[in-house]
Design a binder for this molecule. Structure first.
Ligand code: ADP
Length: 507
């Protein structure tokens, strides 16, 4: 396989991940092309690239999902490769095939690998053939209620119905009793059909309180594959990750190695190339079960980059140029502990409802061991059309304990006004006694999180501020809490105006 130098990359994405990819490209002396929707005319990714082309209106299906248009732009501007980031077209096998058919390089796996792993049912079949442990359940789409009933009875309730084409935590239904099975299957099938265009559903044993631990793999086109250890992603809400860390607090070296080797087998089984993630559920006895493979760069990839000291995007690009992996398994070691918090424009006090508005204040944390991957500046508005994630706050420290303390410090330094964010929620997680012990599972938030807890903390801070009185209180408003007005401070504290004025000493 001949070396094929990439000189210019079009990034078929937006926001922080587009900038993340462009940064590495720049370091490698590669030119970058951004594509953007009219909502992103002044977005940072648009401004960061060497060239930028508007490809349509704000809704994704009129811009960032227009594969043919994006390929045409790449050809017109003389790009030789397309990086899809995550989301949008990243796991679209037809897009990968179309990019290659146009004579360009797709920075990701082949259409064939994406197809094989894109369907959860097909992925499980492949994994089974290679003796990877699976969650007990069906290996084929459910054909009839009789079949579903006998499988559910055999594995025992509760069971989980999953859409084969599902993703992003969508298309899953827990069934606790046999009497609900028929109704739930019918609903799951119709939901899967409308959300993913594929009604196939299958059944898995519903594992109580598992951990979600995933293995980062990297493979080249010469048959080499390695694992870059694990990421613990058990802090989830509605099956969506909010906090990720590496390494996991619970794995032993032997289990880590066993999971890593299984993940490499999965990658080799589908002729994988580039960066991929093999996801597992892990029970309290550290038994692990294959869930699925994500055939792209993950949102949470920085925690791996930090502990392993490797740039995953650089390696993706090298592999896409047909180079051999630049490291072997024995070259890879973990150093310290990294934690990532997804800072989202969501209101944790109000059921994590997406919030919109303008960043009237936006100051990022700095200092040792802090990395912020974002795409915003003070004064910018959060577009309503896309993912509500505004930043990834990532910290690195020698130990888990120190990483949690560093995260709290960084959260306190992060000043955001104008929209609600998940920052205070992140601090609550870092301070939680069970999280600190590493005693976590995917039920953590459901079990422990009550919105009032954030309110109590805010009120506590406001009270302390009020007790300080006068000038020092004003200072506190302007610097420590960083609210630009008392009313914003009040909104932040979640308290009414009478109570506020009392605290402030006006009554
Ligand atoms: P998606 O592709 O939608 O992200 P996954 O299969 O990766 O779906 O699962 C997402 C999350 O759903 C997991 O991290 C876990 O929290 C939960 N989950 C999935 N399968 C099971 C199961 N069999 N038992 C318990 N929880 C599960």
């Amino acid at each position: 396989m001949e070396f094929r130098k990439i000189n210019k990359i079009l990034i078929a994405n937006r926001g922080e991940i587009a900038i993340r990819v462009m940064r590495t490209a720049k370091e490698m002396g590669i030119k970058t092309v951004a594509v953007y929707s009219t909502a992103d005319r002044t977005a940072l990714h648009t401004r960061y690239a060497d060239e930028a082309v508007c490809i349509g209106d704000p809704p994704s299906n009129q811009s960032y999902l227009l594969g043919d248009k994006i390929i045409a732009v790449a050809k017109e501007l003389g790009a030789d490769a397309i990086h899809p980031g995550y989301g949008f077209l990243s796991e679209n096998a037809d897009f990968s095939a179309a990019v290659e058919a146009a004579g360009l390089v797709f920075i990701g796996p082949s259409a064939e690998s994406i197809r094989q792993m894109g369907s959860k049912i097909a992925a499980k079949e492949t994994a089974k053939k290679h003796n990877i442990p699976l969650v007990p359940g069906t290996e084929k789409a459910i054909q009839s209620l009789e079949e579903a009933t006998s499988i559910a009875n055999a594995i025992g309730y509760p069971i989980l119905i999953k859409a084969s084409a599902g993703g992003g935590g969508k298309g899953m239904r827990v069934v606790n009793e046999a009497k609900d099975l028929q109704e739930q299957i019918e609903m799951a099938q119709s939901e899967a059909k409308s959300a993913f265009g594929d009604a196939s559903v299958f059944i898995e044993k519903y594992i109580a309180a598992p951990r979600h631990i995933e293995i980062q793999v990297m493979a080249d086109k010469h048959g080499n594959a390695v694992y870059l250890f694990e990421r613990e992603c058990s802090i989830q809400r509605r099956h969506q990750k909010l906090v990720e860390e590496a390494p996991s607090a619970c794995l032993t070296p032997a289990v880590r190695q066993a999971m890593g080797e299984c993940a490499v087998r999965v990658a080799l089984a589908c002729n994988y190339s580039g960066a991929g993630t093999v996801e597992f559920l892990v029970d309290e006895k550290l038994n692990f079960y294959f869930l699925e493979m994500n055939t792209r760069l993950q949102v949470e990839h920085p925690v791996t980059e930090i502990i392993v000291g490797k740039d995953l995007v650089a390696e993706q690009i090298k592999v896409a140029q047909n180079e051999k992996l630049s490291y072997s398994q024995l070259d890879l070691h973990m150093n310290g502990h990294a934690i990532e918090l997804r800072v989202c424009a969501e209101d944790p006090m109000n059921n994590f409802l997406p919030d919109i508005g303008t960043l009237t204040m936006y100051r990022k944390p700095q200092g040792t061991g802090v990395r912020v991957d974002d795409a915003y500046e003070e004064g910018m508005a959060i577009p309503i059309y896309y993912d509500p994630m505004i930043a990834k706050l990532i910290v690195h420290a020698p130990t888990r304990e120190m990483a949690m303390d560093r995260m709290i410090r960084a959260i306190d330094e992060y000043k955001v006004n104008g929209i609600q964010t998940t920052l205070a929620f992140g601090k609550w997680v870092m301070q939680h006694e069970a999280f600190r012990r590493g005693a976590i599972d995917t039920g953590f938030i459901g079990k422990y999180f009550k919105p009032e807890q954030l309110k109590v903390e805010d009120e506590g801070e406001a009270l302390v501020a009020a007790l300080l009185g006068g000038m020092s209180f004003e200072n506190n408003v302007n610097t420590s809490k960083s609210a630009s007005s008392n009313s914003e401070m009040r909104v932040e504290a979640g308290i009414g105006s009478a109570a506020w004025e009392k605290r402030k000493g006006l009554r």
